[in-house]
Ligand binder design. Structure first.
Ligand code: SF4
Ligand code: SF4
Length: 375
């Protein structure tokens, strides 16, 4: 990203502390719903976007010699969901995305040796196993059947090791649709979790390795079921001259051939990386509408409530992550949905965990699972 100190300070001074970034409606006579999970859960000014910017200013101006536990919590207990930026950009001319600014702040802290232990542990795991969960053993569960195929499926750590039903469904869709696809025999973590937690240097070898592998594969299109991986490839990897598509973009382009079935009453949760970050709102809905009947939650698209899993929050503040997901489940129920559907392994994992904890029977799916069922 490489923002200069002046650019950062200018963005910080831009903030007039109006706090519109904390609410999901502009209309005073309608409902004003919370938008910033961090501020809403912790309930203190430092956890909202303007508070975080003040912390960054103090840091840059050299006024923080040793961060307190509370300060580190305000910085890191933020899902980098970007809802604050969406709102701020409607009322101000701020140019730097606030998640980018907060990521830069984490980089400053990490350079001073103040990264969280939970996040340092991820670096250690990746150094040894090349995946964010430190898993060994089932790496080759997905074998490369067509090494010369034009399409390559980048599975990602979370679908590979935590939510394999997503990877299995995507692969089944390829097979059922007669699409020849590659998977990487030696896929490494994309580096997203390291970049989001300010540990950029540690991500560089991962980026170089994955780029070499993809170039050597000869693939022309890389498909992702993980919006976090896709965002990292689009924003943090140098251009490889290949097409990078989310599964829902790929399926919308392909025009999946299913007998339309709208028996399931679902609601769609926009993943932050897919929606606010990459601007992909229509394709998931276009695909989902073929296999289910969609009912709408109050906070959706640019104003969607985050699932709580991103930005290194799930690994460091699981209680906060699960609270965010529980709030989303409530909203899905209020919308009259029987199932909550997303398009991201992080969302599915956290929402499903919260649903199981609640025990109230809300089913949680990824779009590719419903498409696979319908094929
Ligand atoms: S909406 Fe923008 S200007 Fe207003 S408080 Fe939030 S970050 Fe600051
Ligand atoms: S990125 Fe999300 S959680 Fe973090 S301050 Fe902005 S709205 Fe709140």
């Amino acid at each position: 990203m490489g923002l200069s100190r002046d650019e950062i300070l200018s963005a910080i001074y831009h903030c007039v502390k109006c706090k519109l970034c904390s609410i999901a409606s502009f209309h005073p006579d309608e409902e004003w719903l919370p938008l910033c999970p961090s501020g809403q859960f912790y309930g203190y000014q430092a956890f909202y976007a303007p508070g975080k910017m003040e912390i960054f200013r103090e840091l840059l101006e050299g006024n923080i010699s040793e961060p307190s536990e509370g300060l580190l919590k305000a910085v890191y207990a933020c899902t980098l969901c970007g809802a604050c930026y969406e709102k701020c950009s409607k009322v101000s001319s701020v140019e730097i995305r606030l998640p980018d600014l907060f990521e830069e702040m984490r980089r400053e802290l990490a350079e001073k040796g103040w990264a969280l232990d939970a996040h340092r542990n991820i670096v250690d795991k990746i150094n040894v196993t090349k995946n964010a969960y430190g898993e060994v053993g089932n790496k080759n569960r997905y074998s490369n059947k067509y090494p010369d195929a034009d399409v390559l499926y980048f599975i990602g750590c979370t679908a590979r090791y935590r939510v394999p039903e997503i990877a299995d469904s995507m692969i089944a869709i390829f097979d059922k649709s007669g699409i020849r696809y590659q998977v990487m025999e030696d896929e490494w973590c994309c580096g997203s979790v390291l970049l989001r937690t300010g540990q950029k240097e540690a991500a560089e070898t991962l980026i170089a390795h994955n780029m070499d592998e993809i170039k050597a594969s000869g693939a022309k299109t890389v498909v992702f079921t993980c919006p976090g991986c896709l965002s990292t490839f689009r924003h943090n990897y140098p251009d490889m001259g290949v097409e990078l598509l989310h599964s829902t973009e790929f399926l919308a382009k392909l025009g999946i051939n299913v007998a339309e079935n709208r028996d399931k009453k679902v609601t769609y949760h926009d993943p932050c990386h897919l929606g606010r970050d990459l601007g992909i709102y229509e394709e998931p809905r276009a695909v989902l509408t073929k296999v289910a009947s969609i009912t709408t939650m109050k906070r959706e698209r640019e104003q969607a409530w985050c699932c709580g899993s991103g930005g290194g929050v799930k690994s460091a503040f699981d209680d906060f992550a699960l609270w965010c997901a529980t709030e989303r489940l409530k909203e899905a129920r209020e919308a009259g949905a029987e199932s909550l559907v997303s398009a991201c392994p992080f969302c599915k994992r956290n929402l499903k965990e919260a649903a199981e904890k609640e025990g109230e029977g809300m089913e949680v799916y990824d779009i590719v699972e419903l498409v696979n069922e319908a094929l």
